[in-house]
Ligand binder design. Structure first.
Ligand SMILES: Nc1ncnc2c1ncn2[C@@H]1O[C@H](COP(=O)(O)OP(=O)(O)O)[C@@H](O)[C@H]1O
Ligand SMILES: [Mg+2]
Length: 349
């Protein structure tokens, strides 16, 4: 059988560039080479697109972007020539693509923009499409749609830069402290502050506005965060739930990538009834937001046993030890199988 050419996009013009390098390295090294040939496309932090032909380790080391290993490349949206156009010294070389797997996190990668390019080109896309990606990147709009589907969400208010300080204080007082201030569209906890009292609000607003022109003030939910790995287009498979045990009530960037004081439990240490309820909620959220392929749905289980939606990550961390693969491993699906499954879900559409 002919091997499928799968474009693996890595890096990205995003704050989460380095996280993507880790995920992409893992995806490339765990891809079933009897079925797939990865075509590596690196995107520099500045947004340059390059066809990379060097050693895979260079991706992890972030030494991939050099003239010996890279050539400028672009994806043509022309449907008569779907593929990667690589500029070589001899001219333009075309590499046909059977699917594209954006292993990119955050803005300009997980938010529907890159997805739009592949949809336009008619190249099957691994994971969520334009609309679901954009909705899931927007914490406020994702909440509103989930709420319309009967899911509980945190109380919140969105502010733009035009909002006065008085208005911000009034909104915060209504929600009560502690509260979370977050950019509406970001990830990896960038720009997020847990505000304990009134005095902490101005700095939190300033930080969040550095990442987005819309920010969200959210009531702090007690209890703990639970993730659900969902896989599928119409028929869904869910992994075991995971549970984030935090020492300090905030899963910040450092904790996410070092787990110094926090611990992740798979499966989550919750009752079978709550497990079933949260898996059902996760699938409902996945469907109402129009997710395809795969996504990780994050929720809170509060101290009163309420299931509260947090967010959907359409391209969650994807190393062999990341949360999504770990939740799938717990139901017997290896990382290699997860990668093959998400590719097949794209190609079979
Ligand atoms: N409303 C909330 N209540 C309690 N904790 C929160 C709330 N919002 C965010 N957090 C904490 O902040 C972390 C990051 O917030 P999240 O909305 O998931 O943004 P990101 O997209 O950066 O992961 C969460 O994992 C959680 O620890
Ligand atoms: Mg999160």
């Amino acid at each position: 059988m002919k091997k499928l050419n799968i474009a693996v996009l890595f890096g990205g013009c995003s704050l989460e560039y380095s996280v993507s390098l880790e995920s992409a390295h893992a995806v490339i090294t765990h891809m079933d080479r009897t079925k797939y040939s990865p075509v590596l496309v690196g995107i520099s932090p500045k947004g340059n697109w390059l066809h990379f032909t060097g050693a895979v380790e260079k991706i992890k080391q972030d030494t991939w972007n050099n003239p010996d290993d890279c050539a400028p490349a672009l994806v043509s949206p022309d449907r008569d020539a779907p593929g990667l156009l690589v500029q070589t010294t001899a001219g333009v070389e075309k590499i046909s693509l059977d699917a594209a797997f954006p292993v990119l996190h955050g803005r300009n990668g997980e938010d529907g923009t890159v997805q739009g390019l592949f949809e336009l080109a008619g190249i099957p896309l691994v994971g969520c499409g334009v609309l679901a990606s954009a909705l899931c990147m927007d914490k406020d709009r994702a909440h509103k749609l989930a709420q319309a589907a009967g899911i509980t969400i945190p109380s919140s208010t969105v502010l733009t830069k035009k909002a006065s300080k008085e208005n911000a204080f009034a909104c915060a007082e209504k929600l009560g402290y502690p509260l979370f201030v977050k950019p509406v569209r970001a990830g990896s906890s960038y720009g997020i502050t847990r505000v304990m009292e009134r005095g902490g609000l101005p700095a939190a607003l300033e930080l969040a506005f550095a990442y987005d022109d819309h920010i969200i003030l959210e009531e702090a939910i007690s209890g703990f965060e639970v993730g659900c790995a969902v896989l599928g287009n119409d028929t869904l498979t869910v992994g075991e739930l995971d549970e984030i045990e935090l020492a300090d009530g905030f899963f910040d960037f450092t904790e996410k990538y070092t787990l110094k004081t926090s611990e992740i439990h798979v499966p989550a240490r919750i009752s079978p009834a709550k497990t079933a309820e949260m898996k059902e909620a996760a699938q409902r959220i996945y469907k109402v937001l129009g997710c395809q392929g795969f996504a990780r749905v994050d929720m809170f289980l509060d101290k009163d046993g309420r299931v509260v939606f947090n967010e959907v990550n359409t391209i969650p961390g994807f190393t062999a030890h990341s949360r999504y693969p770990s939740m799938m491993k717990a139901i017997g699906m290896s990382f290699e199988q997860v990668i093959s499954n998400v590719i097949e879900l794209a190609v079979s559409k």
